[in-house]
Design a protein around this ligand. Structure first.
Ligand code: SAH
Ligand code: SF4
Ligand code: F3S
Length: 456
């Protein structure tokens, strides 16, 4: 009987895609996925450390796995990802029952490390830099019609609050030819949607050539791949968002009408202290030019509340920018000090938790009002959706994703995941739309599950 594995993923899309690679490697080694924690032979926790509660979650999980391992001593526990990269020995100290700890640059060694731990006992491997671009590894993708494609790893920015550069390393771009080749392979297997991934995709290619805006030409090449009907990408840094990228969004039909443009704060003073490299006005100008070029653009953002030194006036400026930007949705975060980052040293400027909590609630109200208004404005329109499956609450209601990346629920007989349909919007809520089916426009082309395949 094949040995089984289960992977729990805690982080962002890059972390999720790393989990797909770990799964791909384990399956290439003959293992099979399982959902049953009790019977799994290997459990991998792919961790995140962007905020403190992400750390706490992991240690909570490890505690839980201890009792499982007491009952099933053959179980192997591996801790991977950004928290492993950051905490290293501390994980082994706090959780001696972890068999393997490996960092963000060691995904390729997952199988070897598990084998070694079986023979020799607990092992840890943390490299400071990747030896090969991780996309050369096989990936086991759960969803056959849509795929993440890494175009860049690491981050060369120095946002004062952010731990990512220290756990993901310096920025390295993947050669455009390799990206396009992977997208072509995916399209041949029936994938119709790709999301290009990087921490700062607008600086994509800066390490390859000083000439020309490589990201916009990459968008054009990927958008031209036969069979690819939707191209998404994340995240852009506002300071590096170039007119050429907006032009490519406007001109390439496959590139979706959605821009995730992280604001972080609306106060120029705070933006400067964060080292974000733009002012609120500059940000709004870029947004306005994107909206002018790309009709029907949905805009989403990330905002941090309570950055050290944030005053009532700074926060009021954030509320103003949020109201003016008219976001379709926003991820809002409580500032969380991360050891090793510049902002975490400014302890005297930390904002009192009750003040932060109160600002956070006020921001949420403004964001939800804006999201609801944007969604209500879509009532009566006919949207193209890709069906993702039936709704969790009601099997007779299907959920589709619009080009603007919104969830649209509509009653229908079952349609296969990956089906294209048109749906008239009839209702709106801050986090989703409701509608009625107009027509099925294309049946899925993919095989039921994409087999594990080496990227090269
Ligand atoms: N590279 C992306 C962001 C990745 S992290 C970018 O620059 O847009 C995702 C989001 O987490 C950030 O946009 C920020 O809003 C939030 N974040 C990062 N560090 C944080 C911290 N220390 N406390 C609270 N939120 C944080
Ligand atoms: Fe972090 Fe800034 Fe890099 Fe984004 S751009 S990953 S926020 S340092
Ligand atoms: Fe992503 Fe969390 Fe790492 S947001 S890059 S998994 S710290």
């Amino acid at each position: 009987m094949a040995r089984t594995y289960l992977i729990r993923t805690f982080g962002c899309q890059m972390n999720e895609h790393d989990s797909e690679r770990i799964a791909g490697l384990l399956e290439s080694d003959g293992m099979e996925a399982t959902d049953d924690l009790e019977s799994a032979d290997v459990v991998v926790l792919n961790t995140c450390c962007i905020r403190e509660n992400a750390d706490n979650k992991l240690y909570g999980h490890l505690g839980h796995l201890k009792s499982l391992k007491d009952r099933n001593p053959g179980l192997q526990i591996a801790v991977a990802g950004c928290l492993a990269q950051k905490d290293r020995e501390m994980i082994q100290q706090r959780a001696p029952h972890a068999d393997v700890v490996f960092g963000t640059h060691n995904v390729a060694s997952a199988v070897t490390l598990l084998d070694r731990a079986r023979a020799e006992g607990p092992v840890m491997e943390i490299l400071e830099e990747s030896e090969a671009f991780p996309s050369a590894l096989p990936a086991r993708r759960d969803v056959p019609w849509a795929a993440w494609v890494t175009i860049q790893i690491g981050c060369d920015n120095a946002c004062a609050f952010c731990i990512v550069p220290s756990v993901r390393g310096r920025e390295i771009s993947r050669a455009p030819g390799e990206v396009v080749a992977e997208v072509e392979r995916l399209a041949t297997a029936g994938t119709i949607e790709v999301t290009l991934l990087g921490q700062n995709v607008n600086s994509y290619g800066r390490d390859i050539t000083r000439r020309g805006p490589l990201f916009s030409s990459l968008l054009r090449s990927v958008g031209a791949v036969d069979g690819i009907r939707r191209v998404r990408w994340t995240s852009p840094h506002p300071k590096d968002l170039r007119p050429e990228t907006i032009d490519a969004m406007a001109e390439v039909p496959a590139v979706c009408e959605h821009l995730h443009l992280p604001l972080q704060s609306g106060s120029d003073r705070i933006l400067a202290a964060m080292h974000r490299g733009y002012t609120a006005e500059r940000y709004l100008q870029k947004l306005a030019s994107a909206r002018a070029s790309v009709p029907d653009l949905a805009v989403t953002t990330d905002i941090i509340v309570g950055f050290p030194g944030e005053t009532d006036d700074d926060f009021a400026a954030t509320l103003e920018v949020v109201a003016e930007a008219g976001y379709d949705s926003a991820y809002t975060f409580l500032y969380s000090p991360r050891t090793g980052t510049e902002a975490a040293t400014r302890t005297a400027d930390f904002v009192a938790p009750e003040v932060v909590a109160e600002r956070f609630d006020r921001l949420k109200v403004v964001v939800e009002r804006s999201a609801l208004a944007r969604h209500q404005a879509r009532i009566g329109r006919v949207e193209e959706v890709v069906v993702e499956g039936s709704s969790r609450k009601d099997a007779s209601v299907l959920t589709g994703r619009t080009r603007q990346n919104k969830l649209l629920h509509f009653p229908s007989a079952p349609l296969g995941a990956g089906t294209f349909a048109t749906v008239r919007v009839t209702g709106a809520a801050p986090h989703h739309l409701r509608g009625e089916l107009v027509a099925v426009t294309a049946r899925p082309r993919h095989r039921s599950r994409i087999p594990v395949s080496a990227a090269e």
